[in-house]
Design a protein around this ligand. Structure first.
Ligand code: GLA
Length: 761
């Protein structure tokens, strides 16, 4: 737009010139035309300012990305490096000047280190975290990347860089999702030399924040059955690493970060820079604050045990790294990610199908599944209003416990003498669709598959194969293993009417060896495994377009945007205790949408921790995401069935708001004995609040709960659901609900309510 605008402004100066060369009436006509042209140009330039996601300033050699309410800019400096210029609140493109490298700090920190580069190779005296590190056949171990050219098309930009001493080429990709405010980055590294180049670190992006000394880092950690714990800490000088080197995403840290400013940011206000990686293998984020308070996040493939040899002509594409900025607090950062996931990541986007209410029989029967037992549960589930019936582990091979059978994907003839068809038919006749558990990437040594193909698991020859949950990991990096896995999955879905596969993955890697390929390529297993996993799922989905998948990894150990592109929902944790779940689910929503967060109502005392909570409390906790039932319905009393039916029918009235709406985390479960979540539907017509009292000191009053994000002058009718009591109470204005707040009638331990606010026309 700037060039167009500049040309227009220059056109305004032609008046005096025309006066000297033309008569006055001719001059007036020409001037009128020019004026009209100027007005059109100015309007056009404003229009294009509002809509152009990427602008290139030719003279300055600067690119300006406009993503929602934020601006991201970088340019080519006098050394031909691609230099970061800005990431933060919106600024007009015309304000940016050319990039100039920063001075060195004495002889110790050279200018290559003090100048923030968009994608620094390790070399030329770089002491900060590199985005790329390589070794060449001639022994050279540095890469110094210089700008070559660019291609810009609508919302996508490709910048080509080249090593100054060799034809090693890097193509940086940027894509702007202007509506959701998210920027996507990745890099493609191409070996155009005539010999092999070995990559030792290949990062997706370096995200540079404005220099500051008061940054706070938020990240998610966890353990099995205690996933999604939010951690927050001041960013000190040095490098802070969060990562997984386990072969998959991992539960100890999730590839998500948010950085805000201490004292300025909270849930609903202040600057936040945030991002998440689209990769389901080992990954690493290095969050670095230098001694001059520069701050950056470098993330991508984990360099641990990494070595990727590129033969001449070969290339490596890094995973996508998505990021955004908001000045409206951590809550808005989550809402931006949620919207982005729904519109651009989920397989069903931009309008993914609402998640059906499901029943899963795992906690009820464990491995003890058979046709009659599952049909009995299905009949009870359908009476509650359940829409999808899922059979979990135990239906195949000799899978009577977790010691045997994994890998033998035929229907167990003792448990299902007529195959799965009679059960599936019955489930259908009850008005539900059918789901089935699988764990395609694993094998029990006690299985026909392992006896036939012991070489199919990853291993270091001659060394023990360490088991986790009595199972080994198949080496999906091998194409024959990939084909074997695809073929049985394809057959299973072709032969049976399956609406959902629950795709489990119950251990991390040990002995990541791939002895069948040349030594120099064996470490490619870290990348090729994940690429082949993606290929299996992608092929399966394209061949069976109606198939949905639930991502599971002993709970939530493989939740990331790489999987989210391929699954419709996630199982966040094997911990189904309602109180523990409040913290787990709260953390989950920092990074991922409630739409994909499956939550079951299970029995008490809870199988994990023995806690007893009321059924209504369990339901309301599970309703804050995608509702499921996991209890043993054979044991539910008539009263419990009545509560469940009513709760499920209430959920169906609000599920679009919960699953696809805007989430406001009103009160954190980690800060007091009370927590609350609020959701507003995309069309702003409905809001829902869930409030949970964990425990109460006798006589201690409940705080007023202030809603957020409503229209001040709108009127809402308020319907409360607690302890099965549905009441049409009152009509209140948005202003009242937000400024005065609502008084909650909760008391004692594990009390909860859901309140629905419908906008009155
Ligand atoms: C994992 C899953 C559970 C269940 C079991 C079955 O632990 O997280 O939900 O499917 O496997 O073995």
């Amino acid at each position: 737009m700037n060039l167009r605008l500049l040309r227009c402004i220059r056109a305004k100066n032609v008046g005096p010139f025309l006066k000297t060369v033309l008569g006055s009436s001719q001059r007036d006509a020409v001037l009128t035309l020019l004026l009209a042209r100027t007005v059109v140009c100015v309007l056009l330039s404003h229009f294009s300012y509002a809509t152009d996601p990427i602008t290139f300033l030719d003279k300055q050699r600067v690119w300006v990305l406009q993503a929602g309410e934020s601006t991201y800019a970088f340019g080519v400096n006098e050394r031909s490096e691609l230099q970061h210029l800005y990431w933060g609140k919106s600024i007009g493109a015309e304000d940016f000047n050319s990039a100039h490298s920063l001075p060195e700090w004495a002889s110790f920190d050279l200018s290559t280190t003090t100048t923030p580069q968009e994608y620094p190779g390790w070399g030329a005296g770089l002491y900060t975290e590199p985005a790329l590190k390589a070794t060449f056949a001639n022994g050279n171990r540095e890469v110094v990347l210089h700008y070559v050219d660019y291609q810009l098309k609508d919302d996508s930009l490709e910048i080509t860089l080249k090593d100054e001493g060799s034809p090693l080429v890097v193509r940086l990709h940027y894509r702007v999702y202007a509506h959701t405010g998210i920027i996507e980055r990745s890099a493609r590294i191409e070996n155009r030399t005539s010999e092999a180049v070995t990559l030792e670190s290949a990062q997706s992006a370096t995200w540079t924040l404005p220099p500051d000394r008061d940054y706070r880092l938020h990240y998610l950690t966890g353990r099995w059955a205690g996933e999604w714990q939010l951690q927050s800490e001041k960013l000190q000088i040095g490098k802070r690493v969060i990562e997984s080197s386990r072969g998959s995403t991992g539960v100890e840290a999730n590839p998500w970060f948010a950085i805000d400013r201490i004292g300025e940011t909270d849930e609903s206000d202040g600057p936040v820079w945030f991002g998440e990686l689209g990769w389901s293998g080992s990954w690493r984020f290095t969050i670095e604050r230098t001694s001059s308070d520069q701050c950056r996040v470098v993330g991508g493939l984990n360099p641990f045990d990494f070595s990727y040899r590129l033969a001449p002509g070969e290339s490596l594409e890094t995973p996508p790294f998505f990021a955004g900025f908001t000045d409206a607090g951590l809550g808005e950062a989550s809402r931006m990610l949620h919207r982005f996931q729904l519109e651009h990541v989920l397989p069903g986007g931009p309008h993914p199908r609402l998640r059906p209410v499901l029943y899963n029989s795992w906690e009820a029967t464990e491995f003890n599944v058979n046709e009659a037992g599952q049909i009995a549960l299905a009949e009870k589930a359908s009476r509650l209003g359940v829409e999808r019936f899922v059979v979990d582990d135990g239906w195949f091979g000799q899978r009577n416990n977790d010691h045997s059978g994994l890998g033998d994907w035929y229907v167990n003839p003792q448990k299902f003498p007529h195959g799965l068809k009679p059960l599936i038919d019955r489930v259908h006749s009850l008005g539900m669709d059918f789901g089935l558990w699988v764990e395609p990437e694993m094998v029990n040594p006690d299985s026909d598959l392992y006896r036939k193909h012991p070489d199919w698991v990853m291993n270091f020859p001659g060394r023990p194969r360490i088991e986790g949950r009595n199972q080994l990991v198949l080496n999906l990096a091998r194409d024959d293993v990939k084909e074997g896995v695809f073929n049985w999955l394809d057959r299973l879905v072709t032969d049976n009417d399956i609406a959902l596969l629950k795709w489990d993955y119950n251990r991390n890697w040990s002995e990541p060896g791939w002895p069948e390929v040349p030594l120099a390529d064996q470490k490619k297993i870290w990348v090729r495994y994940v690429e082949n996993l993606y290929e299996i799922i992608d092929r399966l989905r394209s061949k069976h377009p109606r198939l949905e998948i639930e991502g599971c990894s002993g709970g939530g150990a493989r939740v990331d945007l790489g999987m989210l592109r391929r699954v419709d929902q996630f199982w966040p944790s094997d911990n189904t205790d309602a109180l523990d779940r409040l913290t787990i689910q709260y953390g989950f929503t920092e990074a991922y949408a409630p739409h994909v967060m499956v939550a079951w109502v299970t029995d008490v005392p809870n199988g994990i921790n023995g806690r007893v909570t009321p059924l209504a409390f369990r339901f309301l906790v599970a309703m804050t995401g995608s509702l499921g039932i996991g209890g043993n319905l054979n044991k539910w009393t008539d009263d419990e069935i009545a509560v469940a039916s009513k709760m499920i029918s209430f959920y169906k009235q609000i599920r679009a708001t919960v699953q696809d709406g805007k989430l406001y985390r009103l009160a954190s479960p980690t800060e007091s004995g009370f927590s609350a979540m609020q959701y507003i539907s995309q069309d702003n017509q409905q809001a829902v609040v869930f409030a949970f009292l964990h425990s109460q000191q006798f006589g201690r009053s409940m705080p007023l709960l202030h809603l957020e994000g409503l229209a001040e002058d709108a009127t809402y009718s308020v319907t409360t659901m607690n302890d099965m009591l549905e009441e049409q109470a009152e009509k209140l204005s948005g202003a009242y609900l937000m400024h005065h707040g609502i008084r909650l009638r909760l008391r004692g331990d594990y009390d909860a309510s859901a309140i629905r606010f419908d906008r009155v026309p």
